[in-house]
Design a protein around this ligand. Structure first.
Ligand code: AP5
Length: 189
């Protein structure tokens, strides 16, 4: 199985590149952000709890996310592999993912770490906010998301370096250029 963790700051292109990777390699896609937004839209208990965190740019607590992820993963039984987008975001989440995959006789194949300059991240998210109406794409929440990313999520790169699974991908340039770099990395695995 090919299990890819696509990683990077808010706006680094995780969702955009995931769509291309899915088409190229026939993988399933799990985006924890998309699952949470759907829960919010359907006004489920989880959605109501998540809303407060998302609108402040904070992380939803690990226990809730890990439970949610396990349920979604159970629905991907005949998968060729999965692209994990927006998960893991903390060391406990990374350890939980390893455990869940190991139980299924598989593991993370690679972590692709998209590297994008901060000014570009902010510009991309402000542009998207104009059309998507995402409630967390406003300057104040974007700053909080970036701060949370640097403090809580970026240290995960070291965790995957330790596992020998970290590949840095330059995330600046056109979508096609970046996808070319991703394909090269994946095909070299
Ligand atoms: P999530 O939905 O995961 O948001 P994020 O990490 O902030 O990432 P984004 O979706 O904003 O950006 P992206 O990297 O996918 O970039 P995209 O391709 O869209 O999470 C939202 C919230 O949910 C979190 O803040 C947290 O509260 C909660 N949450 C989610 N997962 C969680 C977890 N595991 N634990 C706890 N809480 C969790 O691109 C951005 C824009 O740029 C788009 O408009 C795109 O068209 C454009 N773009 C992309 N590539 C390029 C390019 N090369 N050039 C120009 N524009 C580009």
């Amino acid at each position: 199985m090919l299990n890819i963790v696509i990683f990077g700051a808010p706006g680094s292109g995780k969702g955009t590149q995931s769509e291309l990777i899915i088409k190229e390699y026939g993988l399933d896609h799990i985006s924890t952000g998309d699952v949470l937004r759907s829960e919010m839209k359907n006004e489920t208990e989880l959605g109501k709890i998540a809303k407060d965190y998302i609108e402040k740019g904070q992380l939803v607590p690990d226990e809730l996310i890990v439970d949610m992820l396990a349920k979604v993963l159970d629905s991907k039984v005949n998968s060729k592999g999965v692209i994990f987008d927006g998960f893991p975001r903390t060391i406990p989440q990374a350890k939980a993912l390893k455990e869940m995959l190991n139980k299924r006789g598989t593991d993370v194949s690679v972590m692709l770490n998209l590297q994008v300059e901060e000014e570009e991240l902010i510009n991309r998210l402000l542009e998207r906010g104009k059309v998507s109406g995402r409630s967390d794409d406003n300057l104040e929440t974007i700053k909080s998301r970036l701060d949370v990313y640097h403090k809580q999520t970026a240290p995960l790169a070291d965790y995957y370096i330790g596992e020998g699974k970290h590949v840095a991908i330059k995330g600046m340039g056109t979508i096609e250029e970046i996808f070319g770099r991703i394909k090269e990395a994946v095909n070299n695995l």
